[in-house]
Design a protein around this ligand. Sequence first.
Ligand SMILES: Nc1ncnc2c1ncn2[C@@H]1O[C@H](COP(=O)(O)OP(=O)(O)OP(=O)(O)O)[C@@H](O)[C@H]1O
Length: 611
Amino acid sequence: MRSPTTPTTEYSLSILGVSYTIKSRTILRNISLYCGGGNILALLGNSGSGKTSLLDVVACRAEGRTVGGAFINGRLVTPELFVKRGAYVLQDDQLLAHLTVKETLTYTARLKFAGATKNIQVTQRVEQVLNEIGLKHVADSKVGGAFKRGISGGEKRRVSIGCQLLCDPVVLLLDEPTTGLDSFTANRLVTNLSQLAKQYNKVIVMTIHQPRSDIFRLFDHIGILSLGELVYMGPSSQLVSYFTDLGYSCPHYANPLDHYVDLASVDRRDIVRESNTTARVRSLHGSYLNSNIFKDTLSEVHRSAATASDLEVESIFSNPWTYLDPPGFAATWATLFSRMTVNLIRDKPSLLMRIFQFSCFSFFLWLFIIRLKKNQESMQDRNGLFHQLVSVPPYVGVLNAVALFPTLRTTFRRESKDGLYGSTVFLFAYFVHILPFHLISTFIFTAVVHWGIGLQSEMFRFGRVWAVILLLHFSGEVLAVALMGVFKNEAVANSISGLIFVIGGLMGSGFVRSLEGMIDVLKWSGWINIFKYTSEIIVANELNGLNLTCSINSTMPCLYPNGNLYLSIFYPKAVKCMARNFIVSFSYMIFFCVLALIIFKITKIRKSRMI
Ligand SMILES: Nc1ncnc2c1ncn2[C@@H]1O[C@H](COP(=O)(O)OP(=O)(O)OP(=O)(O)O)[C@@H](O)[C@H]1O
């Protein structure tokens, strides 16, 4: 296998006449640039000048309308080509807090490389990348997050870069990689990127705010954007002389990058300043279009397009680490499942919440009721308990999803944009990885309620209650996940799913008021309500064959000497339809899973334009 350290092709990124419009607003206008392999191009400009939008366009992730195109070695960049030969490091480090640096890279490598790639090759590549990004010394340290201290901010940024380097991309885009880092760490990071570019012949394009003057020397090319147009794009060595020739010399001791970004910024403090500075930006843009530097750029772009011979086009795919043949569904599922499970097991508070939040509620119910009696007065306690058995499990499922799913969703959104996997395998892995925890927590809950509080004790009755509670708990989490595919804000998903379950429980269970007494619309809507079926199972399971004594001293008439009489009045078909009710309830759970899959597919097509 050829080493990725021995590039054979002269790589390049060029952009020709790119204009970008979103919601009828022009964000970028007629941008052309060229950057050869082994070079870093730094994009500068005041806030809102269009730097990130330009990276989005190159990475084929822009949501609006694009004219013109970006080219790698003269070949038009399509989403497919960018996935194979490009990489994009976003501004935020979206890493799983409980994995080590090495594990983070290893899992990402397994998601990138074909299933046939041997473990030894994955390990070898991860070691190489750890060396490249200078993180060998923290390879076994946990990444850390908001609630757990881990590696430093600069090291996290390197891990994010490392994840993108695994496939040895030709073009590496980075959105503000130095933001939030102190100047020493920022310098080290850019030095590291510069070495990577030189050593591996990569094209590195990064946006940056206020770089220190010592970082300036690390940039080979500088692009300065203002109002979506370039006012300079050329060698960093010519920046000062270019602007000096235009009459804008850089004062002694001033940082040229700061100085010329300020010069190209629009001052919006008042109308006079705004029109003067806008006129200056337009004039700078006009001068740039007439400059030899711009002409040289255009001729480089055309040269690279003209020399994009088949041989070159093919050779840019020849790297052994290129993501040519992605792992199959099973391999991807196994990697995602393992990563989610490891991350959850190491996250002690979340793990305890998953297992004990629900089961602890059963101890409260136990304290609340202590022990069910077998007299007819106990029917009220039984009804209350039945209501809790169907209404609490789904809602705790919702709470679990709202607390733990968003981090994984963020990772999924990023990795799916990187082309690593789709929503089906992601959700399938998520649903399977929560199942063991659901089994444990619902088992504890059911055992305490069933035997502690004193439902009819036979094992088969316990099994039915456990199955219903598991089904409802799981359905609750799945529905919340589905809603989090629509709503970016998990609080919205929480309140909507909570509302669905409260209303559903009231209308379908018959525990709060008799189903027969409700108005027809509500009565019939019960047929499309999972609570109708699960409630009937719970009631029939407990009351069928239950004898209730009547106290001689009681002032109450003896209405329900046994559970079957109660069932015949309020749930006449519950015993007979037990199997049907199980099938329908199970189908609801599957329906929620399919709904989640469809929602995530649709929102992916809509390119995460979520509410
Ligand atoms: N999806 C969008 N919808 C509407 N406007 C957008 C969208 N994306 C970008 N813009 C607008 O395009 C302009 C350029 O945004 P962009 O993020 O590219 O700027 P930037 O130079 O990267 O800014 P910053 O340095 O602050 O990150 C901004 O005015 C922004 O409001």
